[in-house]
Ligand binder design. Structure first.
Ligand code: ADP
Ligand code: MG
Length: 326
């Protein structure tokens, strides 16, 4: 079991940024309104995620660390189990590759509990002090898998990857407050902050800057149950690289070649070859029409009808560009 967890873990957790993504997504799933993330040494020695979500009931706490034991699939979802292929893997995986401590207090319960896991070994839960929500602390990521540790990049580039992951999640949830800090060597440096925003447009203005907000088009297109929303920059507001292209499927950040290809295709006639659009595109569709768990890191997606989604993006963007006079 411990060995299986370590193998699964290597798939789910490639680097500190992937651990941060899993933990922040859990906080969002728990309906947190404020999420604080602290990292040290690029996340290698410490990742701590504190949320004010609904917490985990004491009796469910050990279960949260068993593989495939997720609270997020009920019986009615069993037919769709495929689309949840890697559900319930994150915490057990993190507990297999690092020293994990979860402290949580379920809404309405009269005390908090804490559970520690290391090398896949789960200690007995203990009473703890916490007013509400959940704190997940992950120390010494990959200490049990030196090979993986060796492949981590510099502290600076791991910390940049963490910041990028948090920025993407912050775009996905404009109403939630995010606060990311580097606490290496007793310091406390803000890496990223976003106060609760009233709209996606406001959140994007915070993250991508006012200039983007003033030079973008608002998207809204629909095709056979798939909807495209978000904001895309005018051709006059382009970049020399594609780093500011953010894609979301059903509310979660993804990286997907087909989607970025569609974005590039839509701008092909209005941008020079070496220029790239700035955009935050959101695709929503019924969960049965997309598999978001092709890869355990959950950043690639497979649509049932990729051609349709490609067409939606290209035509939605071209329509907006035409309306803007391009
Ligand atoms: P999944 O998110 O796919 O269900 P995880 O391994 O990420 O699997 O988490 C296991 C379970 O632990 C979740 O289903 C949830 O019940 C609980 N959990 C994890 N993190 C939190 C959190 N921050 N707040 C409340 N519950 C949490
Ligand atoms: Mg999860």
């Amino acid at each position: 079991e411990a060995a299986i967890n370590r193998i699964a873990a290597g798939e789910v957790v490639e680097r500190p940024a992937s651990a941060v993504k899993e933990l922040v997504e859990n906080a969002l799933d728990a309906r947190a309104s404020r999420i604080r993330i602290e990292i040290a040494d690029g996340g290698r020695t410490l990742i701590r995620v504190t949320d004010d979500g609904h917490g985990i009931a004491a009796e469910d706490l050990p279960l949260a660390l068993s593989r495939h034991a997720t609270s997020k699939i009920d019986g009615t979802d069993l037919l769709q189990i495929h689309s949840f292929g890697f559900r319930g893997e994150a915490l057990p995986s993190l507990g297999a590759v690092g020293r994990l401590t979860i402290t949580t207090r379920a809404t309405g319960s009269d005390g908090a509990m804490s559970l520690h896991v290391s090398g896949g070994r789960i200690d007995a839960p203990r009473p703890a002090a916490l007013r509400a929500g959940t704190v997940v602390e992950l120390r010494d990521l990959f200490h049990a898998t030196p090979a993986r540790l060796k492949f981590l990049k510099s502290e600076r580039s791991e910390s940049m990857a963490v910041t990028d992951a948090v920025r993407r999640l912050a775009m996905a949830e404009p109403g939630v407050a995010f606060d990311l800090r580097d606490v290496s060597d007793g310091e406390d440096k803000v890496l990223f902050r976003a106060d609760p925003a009233a709209s996606l447009a406001d959140r994007l203005a915070t993250i991508l800057g006012r200039a983007f907000a003033e030079n973008c088009m608002t998207l809204d297109a629909e095709r056979e149950g798939h909807r495209l929303t978000g904001h895309a920059g005018l051709p006059t507001y382009s970049r020399g690289n594609a780093v500011h292209q953010y894609l979301f499927v059903n509310g979660r950040p993804v990286r997907d070649r087909m989607l970025t290809g569609a974005l590039r295709g839509a701008y092909a006639d209005v941008l020079a070859k070496d220029r790239h659009a700035v955009a935050a595109l959101f695709i929503t569709c019924p969960p049965t029409l997309v598999d978001c768990n092709v890869h355990p890191a959950k950043t690639e997606v497979r649509f049932r009808d990729a051609g349709l989604v490609r067409g939606l993006i290209v035509s939605g963007l071209k329509h907006a560009l035409a309306e803007a006079g391009h």
